[in-house]
Design a binder for this molecule. Structure first.
Ligand code: DGL
Length: 266
């Protein structure tokens, strides 16, 4: 699919971005790459994450994509500048759109950020938030157990709710008004999160905010396709698993066709 949008993530998380893009930009063809053989990225070192992200982007470039969406906060936090300088297509990350959306509500003052260890340790969100608004209280918490629970499709299990309660208790005690779901896997947890958090905590995710940002960017660059044009989805995974297919069917608005096995060049 030449001229498609290339979207990659370490695993199923990027599907949340795919879904948001399908809803907002129905004319775009999408080539999705999930690096399911090497998920999670969040516990790896910055060098390894940069290497994996480079291989993921290289794969999408070889499919002739017109732009790349880094649908992974961990990869965005560590690899965005490298990818932008290396590839001759627009490369869009998830952090800037999430931060802008979190601060779009002027009453946001106490912001919780949950993400992988890699994202929290990079301080990318903490810096971006503090730079955009002074006086913010930012409470960042690494929540490394969440990605494996999601990848295993444990969304409805009591254990997942318990883990969430444990992780979120300190943030709730700080009186957060906004929770930034700074990992593209986390929108899949929204129904459980709603039951765990006080009602008035605003949830901001990377998926819808990224899709909106992407629409503006593609429009600005004259790269938008009209709704009548495409809407195809090609899914490539570095490891094929039944769990992915189940989640993909449950989560995407259109079920992906044949899922192909991707071999990445190092
Ligand atoms: N979905 C990813 C993110 O947004 C990464 C999860 C992982 O591979 O650890 O950070």
């Amino acid at each position: 699919m030449t001229g498609a949008l290339g979207i990659f993530d370490s695993g199923v998380g990027g599907l949340t971005v795919v879904r948001a893009v399908q809803e907002l930009l129905p004319g775009e063809d999408i080539v999705y790459l999930g690096d399911t053989a090497r998920v999670p990225y969040g516990s790896k070192s910055p060098e390894t994450i940069r290497k994996f992200a480079d291989e993921d982007a290289g794969f999408l470039i070889s499919r002739g994509v017109k732009a790349i969406v880094v649908a992974c906060n961990t990869a965005t936090a560590h690899a965005l500048p490298d990818l932008r300088s290396r590839y001759g297509v627009p490369v869009i990350g998830v952090i800037e759109p999430g931060v802008e959306a979190a601060l779009a509500d002027p009453s946001a003052e106490r912001i919780g950020v949950i993400a992988t260890r890699g994202t929290i340790r990079s301080h990318a969100y903490q810096h971006a938030l503090a730079q955009k608004k002074t006086g913010l209280m930012i409470y960042a918490e690494a929540t490394p157990l969440l990605v494996p629970l999601i990848e295993e499709d444990w969304l409805d299990k009591a254990a997942t709710e318990l883990v969430l309660r444990d992780y979120l208790e300190p943030l709730v005690e700080k009186g957060i008004d906004t929770l930034l779901l700074a990992c593209t896997h986390y929108p899949l947890l929204v129904p459980v999160l709603r039951g765990v958090l006080p009602e008035d905590v605003r949830l901001v995710d990377s998926a819808t905010t990224c899709a909106e940002h992407l629409k503006r960017e593609l429009g600005r660059l004259g790269l938008l396709r009209s709704a009548a044009d495409g809407g195809g989805l090609e899914v490539h995974l570095t490891d094929l698993s039944e769990e992915f297919e189940t989640l993909a069917r449950r989560f995407l608005t259109k079920a992906p066709g044949r899922v192909r096995r991707a071999v990445l060049e190092s």
